[in-house]
Design a protein around this ligand. Structure first.
Ligand code: SF4
Length: 74
């Protein structure tokens, strides 16, 4: 059984001004296989990356879904 973590990024107001990031992470938390879902202002920041790393350890995640910009953006 997968143990998926979902991390929805605000990108400051770039995403959060348009998308209800709390509603998205709340909805995704109910998906099969998802054991943890959250949202954060800047997922690529050091604190955002630590949030992901800590959740992998704490929840024993087998996979992550990062809802943010494309890696090609930066
Ligand atoms: S991960 Fe992408 S979307 Fe999120 S704060 Fe960084 S640049 Fe913005």
């Amino acid at each position: 059984m997968q143990r998926i973590g979902v991390f929805v990024c605000w990108c400051g107001s770039n995403i959060a001004a348009t998308v209800d990031v709390q509603a998205v992470s709340d909805a995704l938390a109910k998906e099969p296989g998802v054991v943890y879902a959250t949202n954060y202002q800047y997922m690529c920041s050091e604190s955002g990356q630590n949030l992901i790393k800590d959740a992998v350890k704490e929840y024993g995640l087998t996979g992550v879904v990062i809802c943010s910009c494309s890696p090609r953006m930066h």
